[in-house]
Each structure stands twice: as C-alpha cells, then as structure tokens.
Design a protein around this ligand. Sequence first.
Ligand SMILES: *[C@@H]1O[C@H](CO)[C@@H](O)[C@H](O)[C@H]1NC(C)=O
Ligand SMILES: *[C@@H]1O[C@H](CO)[C@@H](O)[C@H](O)[C@H]1NC(C)=O
Ligand SMILES: *[C@@H]1O[C@H](CO)[C@@H](O)[C@H](O)[C@H]1NC(C)=O
Ligand SMILES: *[C@@H]1O[C@H](CO)[C@@H](O)[C@H](O)[C@H]1NC(C)=O
Ligand SMILES: *[C@@H]1O[C@H](CO)[C@@H](O)[C@H](O)[C@H]1NC(C)=O
Ligand SMILES: *[C@@H]1O[C@H](CO)[C@@H](O)[C@H](O)[C@H]1NC(C)=O
Ligand SMILES: *[C@@H]1O[C@H](CO)[C@@H](O)[C@H](O)[C@H]1NC(C)=O
Ligand SMILES: *[C@@H]1O[C@H](CO)[C@@H](O)[C@H](O)[C@H]1NC(C)=O
Ligand SMILES: *[C@@H]1O[C@H](CO)[C@@H](O)[C@H](O)[C@H]1NC(C)=O
Length: 390
Amino acid sequence: MALCRGLSLLAIHIALLASLCSAADLFVYFDFEVSYITASPLGVPQQVIAINGKFPGPTINVTTNNNVVVNVRNKLDESLLIHWSGIQQRRSSWQDGLLGTNCPIPPKWNWTYQFQVKDQVGSFFYFPSLHFQRASGGFGGFIINNRAIIPIPFDTPDGDITILIGDWYTRNHTALRKTLDAGKGLGMPDGVLINGKGPYQYNTTLVPDGIDYETIEVHPGKTYRIRVHNVGISTSLNFRIQNHNLLLAETEGSYTVQQNYTSLDIHVGQSYSFLVTMDQNASTDYYIVASARFVNESQWKRVTGVAILHYTNSKGKARGPLPEGPNDEFDKTFSMNQARSIRWNVSASGARPNPQGSFRYGSINVTEVYVLRNKPPEMIDGKRRATLKQ
Ligand SMILES: *[C@@H]1O[C@H](CO)[C@@H](O)[C@H](O)[C@H]1NC(C)=O
Ligand SMILES: *[C@@H]1O[C@H](CO)[C@@H](O)[C@H](O)[C@H]1NC(C)=O
Ligand SMILES: *[C@@H]1O[C@H](CO)[C@@H](O)[C@H](O)[C@H]1NC(C)=O
Ligand SMILES: *[C@@H]1O[C@H](CO)[C@@H](O)[C@H](O)[C@H]1NC(C)=O
Ligand SMILES: *[C@@H]1O[C@H](CO)[C@@H](O)[C@H](O)[C@H]1NC(C)=O
Ligand SMILES: *[C@@H]1O[C@H](CO)[C@@H](O)[C@H](O)[C@H]1NC(C)=O
Ligand SMILES: *[C@@H]1O[C@H](CO)[C@@H](O)[C@H](O)[C@H]1NC(C)=O
Ligand SMILES: *[C@@H]1O[C@H](CO)[C@@H](O)[C@H](O)[C@H]1NC(C)=O
Ligand SMILES: *[C@@H]1O[C@H](CO)[C@@H](O)[C@H](O)[C@H]1NC(C)=O
C-alpha cells in the first residue's frame, strides 16, 4: 500500500510535468462510469460490465498528441483497472491500467487516467484488466486519428466503423474465475458476440429466436474503414464479409502494405483496419461472420458470430449458408502464412519508433537469446493457469 501511495504521488508529479511539457496539445476529457447492467446477448439474462450504461463501452476517438483524461468511476463490487491496450504511454507507463504499475481502483472510488497519445495513430481497444472482468465486458474501441497535416496512405474513407468480436460465455466472470481457480477448463464458449450482440438467425436450428443482432448500415459505392478487434478470452476468430473484399490497411498503429483478403484470422487481442468498398448489387443483405478457428468446426458451429451488412438500397434479407471460412481445421500453416503475408508499409506516414527508445535497439549487441514458448495450461497451487516456458 505504501508503495502504491508512493507511485501515485510520483504519477501526479510526472503527470503535472507532462502536462507542462505538452501545454500546446489539446486535452480531451472522458467520464467512464463502470457498472453492471443486465443484458441477454445470447438469449440468457446475465450481468455484463457496461460503461456509462452501454455494453460494449463507447469508442474513444482522439487525435495524435492529444492528452487523454479519463475519470473512471468504479461502480462494480470489486476493484478495477482499465488497460489501454497497445497505447504507448510515454512518460506515464503507470497510467496503463495493469497490476504492478497501477493500484487497483476500489469499488465506489474513482481515479483519473491521464496520458498523451504522443506520435501515435491507429486502431486499439481498452478493457478491464483485473479479475477476469473482460469476460463480462467493459471493453471498447480506441481510435487515434492522424493530425490534419499528416497524410494517410489511402483516400479518406466515407465512414469509420468499429467492430468488436469475441468469444462469450453466459456464465459471468466470477463464475468463470471460480472454474479456473478450481483447476477446471472453461469449455466451449456459448457463442461469439459482435459489438455485444448475439448471432443473426441464419439457421433456426443453431440460433434460437429473439436474439438481438448487430446491423451495420452502409451506402452503395462508398468505402468504409472497418476496424475489427478480437476482445475475447481465448478463441481465435476468422473474420469475413460475404461477397466483399477486405483490403487490409492498418494494424495496431502501423499502416500495412495494402492487400485484399477474403477472410482474416484475428487472434485474441489483435486489431485490424480494413477498407471495404460497397461494390455489390444489394440483391440481399450480406453476412458478417466471425467463426472459431483451430477447433472441430462441426462441434463449434453455434460458436459463430453473425452480423448483417445492410446496404441502404438492399432488396432483402441475407439468406442461405454463411460464406465459408478456411477449411483446415487442424492445420495451422494457413493461418501462420496469412500472418506472415502482412507487411509494414515503411514508406507510409505513421508512428515511428521513439528516438529515446526502440529506435536504437538495432545498435545493441545481442549477448543472450531467450525463446518463450506458449504452453498449454498448467495446474499451479490447484488453479488452472496459462504459462510461458523458456
Ligand atoms: C455471477 O454469477 C453468479 C452465479 O454463477 C452469481 O452468484 C453472481 O451474483 C453473479 N455476479 C454478478 C456480478 O452478477
Ligand atoms: C473523482 O471525481 C471527481 C469528480 O469528477 C474529481 O474531481 C476527482 O479529481 C476524481 N478523483 C480522482 C482521484 O480521479
Ligand atoms: C505505402 O504508402 C505509400 C505512401 O502513402 C503509398 O504511396 C504506397 O502505395 C504504399 N505501398 C503499398 C505497397 O501499399
Ligand atoms: C472521430 O473524430 C473525428 C474528428 O476529430 C471525426 O472526423 C471522425 O468522424 C470521428 N470518428 C468516429 C468513428 O467517430
Ligand atoms: C442448420 O444447421 C444444422 C446443423 O448444423 C444443419 O443440419 C441444417 O442443414 C442447417 N439448416 C439450413 C437451412 O442450412
Ligand atoms: C482489392 O479488391 C478490390 C475489389 O473489391 C479491387 O478494386 C482492388 O483493386 C483490390 N486491391 C488490391 C490491392 O488488390
Ligand atoms: C447480384 O449479384 C448476385 C451475386 O453476386 C447475382 O447472383 C445476381 O444475379 C445479381 N443481381 C442483379 C439484379 O444483378
Ligand atoms: C468433429 O466432430 C464431429 C461431431 O462430433 C465428429 O464426428 C468428427 O469425427 C470430429 N472430427 C475430428 C477431425 O475430430
Ligand atoms: C557492440 O560490439 C562492437 C564490436 O564488439 C563494439 O564495437 C560496439 O561498441 C558494441 N556496441 C555496444 C552498444 O555495446
């Protein structure tokens, strides 16, 4: 606790210093009231974590060099930290909302994060980092726009759409946490949510009646920047839009060499921007699909997220089977090759490594190499835990 107090004093001190240093850069303020609300994304009422009464939380939309100030009010029954994933908080890593650098915000308390999104652009998301709370929500998109004088490597899109995909359980995070702490696995998720909503009823056997699904409305002929984030717990998802190419343009703050994909594997925690042109004839609506990867798909059929892409001139509902994803159940090479096909466009504008830090890594002589391997879960003190091995 003494350490916590010391750190927070230091944080206030440095935050003051940082604000003096960047007085010319705009401050943008947000209030986040984090509380439980009841929602039934898969048809079963459950407590989910909402921000300002919304599940998922609002998208934070700021510009390079803005000073972001978020007053987080904890109305949950347990402590809370919000992690701003992928945002490099230069001069203020104690604002990153992770245990060890931040003291948890106790229930009924509030705490104000302040950090500058210095020299950054791109698509990120935030989520609660403690107690497995992310399994109950509390997440949202985080956009950093370029400053007006910095060009982007594509025409300004006609719209900007955030899509959060992720596996989902009808049990809440406390129940899931208890299961893990009892040394048991979580089993197959109950579904995949798209923007906090369950699947469109594309098949009456697999999807029950009365599920509220996400609809994305678009205008024919326009090109949208669609930012897709996998905010789930453990399931890799294949993302695709029926009949539409996904032109990959950016991932987590780096512009990529632009390439078309008919579908892309998006692993937990990853964020991608696609430019999608509405070039179809709108004879029907189109399916937006996020389906589980590296599992037996015939057993996991109901663990599929389905939303609707609706042209304003659409002539009818989406129908028929979903567009097929990669058919390689137990072969990971497709996915690995796909990941390797993504290249950084080094001639495009964008965030560059920070002169005080990573940009000198190339001149450091390597004396030891550690290879960290992701291992299957292990039992530690009777609890089920993820492990890395050297
Ligand atoms: C979570 O679910 C358990 C039942 O499994 C219930 O006792 C508990 O109240 C729920 N917690 C919240 C915050 O809804
Ligand atoms: C808590 O919220 C109040 C009212 O908005 C604000 O004045 C105060 O600075 C906040 N406290 C912290 C520690 O962020
Ligand atoms: C990379 O970005 C530059 C600058 O915008 C652009 O001219 C070029 O076409 C891009 N290259 C690729 C391969 O996407
Ligand atoms: C974000 O804010 C900018 C103005 O700063 C606006 O042009 C843009 O449409 C906004 N994006 C979203 C997704 O709201
Ligand atoms: C719905 O899904 C079930 C189970 O996978 C399948 O047997 C059935 O053919 C599907 N129905 C339609 C209309 O596609
Ligand atoms: C991507 O696909 C679109 C059609 O949807 C096409 O117009 C465009 O030229 C393709 N771009 C690349 C880089 O292949
Ligand atoms: C619209 O496109 C679909 C498939 O791309 C095609 O089967 C259909 O005939 C087209 N309809 C019209 C009215 O052009
Ligand atoms: C996948 O699951 C189905 C249904 O349970 C089963 O028949 C099939 O053998 C499984 N496939 C593999 C490759 O394990
Ligand atoms: C790396 O090693 C080279 C050759 O041994 C030496 O000249 C250089 O100073 C070293 N660089 C650093 C940063 O230690």
